[in-house]
Ligand binder design. Structure first.
Ligand code: SF4
Length: 439
């Protein structure tokens, strides 16, 4: 049933929630049908019977639930297989585990217990350097409540009101919840409002975006929300309700003959920067350049080539980027490869964070200020069909680990679109401030 909600749910949302009337289905996943899942579970069971030490990406199931595991590892324990049983194991980058992840582990141990006729009371999490055992006994009550809630949602006994937060970005239910939040005017649609601020606003009897837009907040005194932030979220709400763009403060861009729009791709797993993508705009022409490292060994020379390229412009350029990721990459690369600090200083002195401009000076009727959301709002679309935040990681993996040259070309194209999006956003801000001057 949990699988039904977490995986099949988005395809069946109209049946589950009465408020959702229509939705595009083009991005839905092709999931295995029920018979195939049950066949996969039987295969897992047969492999378990052989006593194999590890099972990868296997389906497991009990009377009511099915799920797919990352890995199952054999341990000594009495079970229907005699003296051994299997426990779920997850691979993670670090051991800072979010609640939803822990509950997934608890859910898998429950199925493992029922499937193997024994009590599995822990699951494992492995990082590059260590392995942690997480006991589930004290979490089973929470799981029971979650499962009951899910059952009530499926049976329309409970109508959920989701909080549309940054965690939603990676959730299968993202579109469903966003649609629902729009229909109900949920406060979490507003950038800057999470669960805590939502519940504070509720205490002021502000329950929707339109109520926030028109509220008198002069004397409002909230514990966790400053006056300044309250003003900000109210402006956001007004922008939403009136579908308008708001300039809070005028923005001056430096006048330079060359504009560089930079987006850097790093691999969190291989721990190196593999591409610096740069859209160069000068003398009326626009060209995308990419500086590529085919392995960690090439990272230094790749960065040095980029610095050499910048030196040609002396200080007569302005480098635009989105968020603090790029300056941080530059700092890390400078330190890692013992590059003179003066090079870093020149870059940072000639850089401008377009994300910061949006956060501080401009308000749009959107729910979050990711590069994608802002650019999509303006009307820019990425060519690459895979277009979520993990795209470049997926393409890098295909190229780096499996030599897929087509994936590399797609990654370069994707990066070039990110850079183009930056340029379009910058032009949009100029236009917003001065519709006549704008390009
Ligand atoms: S509220 Fe967000 S995290 Fe929760 S189900 Fe909806 S999209 Fe997923």
């Amino acid at each position: 049933m949990l699988l039904y909600l977490s995986k099949y749910g988005p395809q069946k949302e109209k049946r589950i929630h009465p408020l959702i009337q229509s939705r595009s289905t083009k991005h839905l996943h092709n999931l295995p049908v029920e018979q195939i899942i049950h066949k996969n579970i039987r295969q897992t069971f047969s492999k378990m019977q052989t006593g194999i030490s590890v099972l990868n990406h296997s389906w497991i199931g009990s009377d009511n639930y099915v799920a797919k595991t990352e890995q199952l590892v054999k341990v000594s324990k009495e079970s229907i297989f005699d003296s051994f049983a299997y426990v779920p194991l997850f691979y993670r980058k670090n051991l800072r585990l979010k609640k939803y992840f822990v509950m997934e582990g608890v859910f898998l141990t429950l199925i493992c217990s029922e499937m193997q006729g024994t009590e599995i009371d822990y699951f494992l999490v492995k990082t590059k350097d260590e392995q942690l055992q997480i006991d589930v006994e004290d979490k089973l009550d929470v799981l029971e409540q979650d499962l009951l809630l899910i059952s009530n949602i499926v049976n329309k006994i409970t109508i959920p009101t989701p909080n549309y937060t940054r965690d939603c970005k990676i959730c299968e239910w993202k579109q469903y919840c966003k649609n629902l939040a729009k229909v109900t005017g949920d406060l979490t649609l507003i950038s800057g409002i999470g669960k805590r601020i939502k519940s504070e606003l509720k205490k002021l009897n502000i329950n929707s975006v339109s109520e926030l837009a028109s509220a008198n907040l002069e004397n409002a005194n909230l514990e966790f929300t400053s006056k300044k932030h309250l003003e900000y979220i109210q402006l956001q709400a007004r922008s939403f309700v009136n579908d308008e763009n708001i300039i809070r403060e005028s923005i001056q861009f430096p006048e330079k003959t060359t504009e560089l729009y930079v987006d850097i791709e790093g691999s969190p797993y291989q721990d190196f920067v593999w591409m610096i993508g740069c859209l160069v705009k000068e003398k009326g022409s626009v060209e995308h350049k990419n500086f590529l490292a085919k392995s960690p060994k090439e990272e230094q020379s790749m960065f040095e080539s980029f610095l050499e390229f910048l030196r040609e412009y002396d200080t007569n350029y302005i480098l635009y980027h989105w968020s603090q990721a790029e300056p941080q990459y530059f700092r890390n690369l400078t330190k890692k490869h013992a590059i003179p600090f003066s090079s870093l200083k020149t870059i940072l002195d000639n850089s401008l964070d377009l994300f910061k401009i949006f956060k501080e000076k401009t308000i749009l009727p959107i729910s979050s200020y990711t590069l994608k959301e802002v650019a999509n709002y303006i009307g820019f679309q990425w060519d690459e069909p895979l277009s979520d935040g993990a795209t470049s990681i997926v393409l890098f993996d295909k190229w780096y680990n499996y030599g897929d040259q087509k994936a590399l070309r797609r990654a370069i194209l994707y990066n070039s679109d990110d850079c183009k999006a930056l340029m379009i956003i910058k032009n949009f801000i100029i236009k917003l401030q001065n519709p006549i001057k704008g390009e």
